[in-house]
Design a protein around this ligand. Structure first.
Ligand code: PLP
Length: 375
C-alpha cells in the first residue's frame, strides 16, 4: 500500500501526460514556453485571483512575496508554530524575525487569540515592527481567514497565505490561494496538485505587486531581460512541469478533489469515536493534503505507528518537531516556547494513507486494523 499513490495517478492520466511532455520536448521552448502562460491563466481562473505567477517551488513563492513587500531586518512576521519548516525559514532568509504563534488543536491552523496576544507582545517590546501574518492552510484546510482579516486590519498587517497544502480548499465557496494579500502554493509531487519535480505559484489581485513579482522571479528584470533594476532570483516553473500540471489540474477539477473528500468521509464514518478524526468547520472545505488523526499520548501514537507498519500500512508523523524547538530557532528572540498546543500535536498526530485513488476496501482494512490495535 502507498501513502500517496502517485504511480496509480500516472497510470490513469498516462496518455495525456505523455503527450504533453513529448510536445514540450519537441517544441524546445523549455523555459517559459506557452504552456506556462496557459497554466497561469487556468490557475488564476480556478482560484479566483486576478494574477497568477508560477515559480520554481513553494519556498521561493513565499520568499518572493516577502521580497515584493520589502520585508527584512527589524520586521516581525507571525508564523504558526505547527507547520512545515519553509513557512518560517523564508522569514529568516530575508532577515526578518519569525514570531511563533500557537495553533488550534482541532483544525491544526493558527490560533487567532494567541496571534493577537503575540502581536501585542511584539508591539509592547518595541524591538521589531509587526508586518506580516503568514497563515498556513495545513493539511488542506484553509486557515480561519475571516478572523485573520479582522486582526490584520486592526493592526495594519499584511496576510501571506501559505497555501502549499491548501490548493483546492475553500471557505463558503471562496477558494484557497485567494485569501492572502499575496497567496502561494507548491506543486511538490505529494501536494494536492503536484507536478513531476519542483514547482510553485503566487496569486494576488494587486497589479503593482504582480509586476514586482514578475521582475523578482527573473533576476529583477526591468523592461527587458538584460535590464536589471533590482536584486531578484531565478525562479521559474519549467515548461514541461506546466504542461503536466495542466493535465493534472483538469483531473483535479473533474474528480480528484471530490474523490479525496469521499475518502475523508469514509475514514470519518469508520474511525469517529475510535480516535480523534480531523475537524472541518462549517462552511470550510479541505483538499486533504493529509488525513491526520490525533491520539491520546505519544506512547499510544508511536505504538499505533509501529503496529500499522507491521500490518503493511504506511503512516507519517507531520510534524514531529514544533518550529520553536527547531535547533536553528532555539535561541531566537521571540521563541518563548509557549506554544503548548503545537507541542502536544507533535507528540500525538499521525497521518494515514490519503489520495484520490484510495479504494474503499483499503479504507476498510486500515480502519479495521486501527480498531484492532487500539482495542
Ligand atoms: C511543502 C510546503 C512548502 C514548501 O514548498 P516546496 O515546493 O517544497 O518548496 C511551504 N509550506 C508548506 C506548509 C508546505 O507544506
Amino acid at each position: 500500500m502507498e501513502f500517496r499513490d502517485l504511480k496509480h495517478q500516472y497510470k490513469v492520466l498516462k496518455g495525456d501526460i505523455d503527450n504533453a511532455m513529448f510536445e514540450v520536448a519537441a517544441s524546445s521552448a523549455y523555459i517559459m514556453g506557452t504552456p506556462v502562460k496557459a497554466l497561469e491563466a487556468e490557475l488564476s481562473e480556478y482560484v479566483g485571483a486576478k494574477h497568477c505567477l508560477t515559480c520554481g517551488n513553494g519556498t521561493d513563492a513565499l520568499t518572493l512575496a516577502l521580497m515584493a513587500w520589502g520585508i527584512g531586518p527589524g520586521d516581525a512576521v507571525f508564523v504558526p508554530d505547527f507547520t512545515f519548516f519553509s513557512s518560517s525559514e523564508v522569514v529568516s532568509f530575508v532577515g526578518a524575525t519569525p514570531v511563533f504563534v500557537d495553533v488550534c488543536e482541532e483544525t491544526f491552523n493558527i490560533d487567532s487569540s494567541d496571534l493577537e496576544k503575540k502581536i501585542e507582545e511584539v508591539k509592547r517590546d518595541g524591538k521589531f515592527v509587526p508586518k506580516v501574518i503568514i497563515a498556513v492552510d495545513l493539511f488542506g484546510l484553509p486557515a480561519n481567514y475571516p478572523e485573520l482579516r479582522n486582526i490584520a486590519d486592526k493592526f495594519g498587517l499584511l496576510i501571506l497565505e501559505d497555501g502549499a497544502q491548501g490548493f483546492g480548499g475553500s471557505i463558503n465557496g471562496k477558494r484557497s490561494c485567494s485569501f492572502g494579500d499575496i497567496s502561494t502554493t507548491s506543486f511538490f509531487p505529494a501536494k494536492p496538485l503536484g507536478c513531476y519535480g519542483d514547482g510553485g505559484a503566487l496569486f494576488t489581485d494587486n497589479d503593482e505587486w504582480a509586476g514586482l513579482l514578475e521582475s523578482l522571479r527573473v533576476h529583477g528584470k526591468g523592461t527587458f531581460k538584460y535590464d536589471n533594476v533590482r536584486i531578484g532570483m531565478n525562479s521559474r516553473l519549467d515548461t514541461i512541469q506546466a504542461a503536466i500540471l495542466s493535465v493534472k489540474l483538469d483531473a483535479f477539477k473533474k474528480y480528484e478533489l471530490d474523490a479525496v473528500n469521499e475518502v475523508a468521509y469514509k475514514y470519518g464514518e469508520r474511525l469517529s469515536g475510535v480516535i480523534k478524526t480531523p475537524v472541518v468547520p462549517e462552511g470550510f472545505y479541505s483538499s486533504w493534503a493529509q488525513y491526520t488523526i490525533r491520539l491520546n499520548s505519544k506512547e499510544q501514537r508511536d505504538k499505533l505507528q509501529t503496529s500499522l507498519k507491521e500490518a503493511g500500512i504506511p503512516s507519517m508523523v507531520y510534524y514531529p518537531v514544533p518550529m520553536h524547538s527547531q535547533a536553528v530557532y532555539r535561541e531566537s528572540d521571540y521563541n518563548k516556547g509557549d506554544c503548548p498546543v503545537s507541542s502536544k500535536l507533535c507528540d500525538t498526530v499521525l497521518s494515514l494513507p490519503m489520495h484520490p485513488y484510495l479504494k474503499t476496501d483499503e479504507i476498510d482494512m486500515i480502519s479495521m486494523t486501527i480498531k484492532n490495535i487500539l482495542r
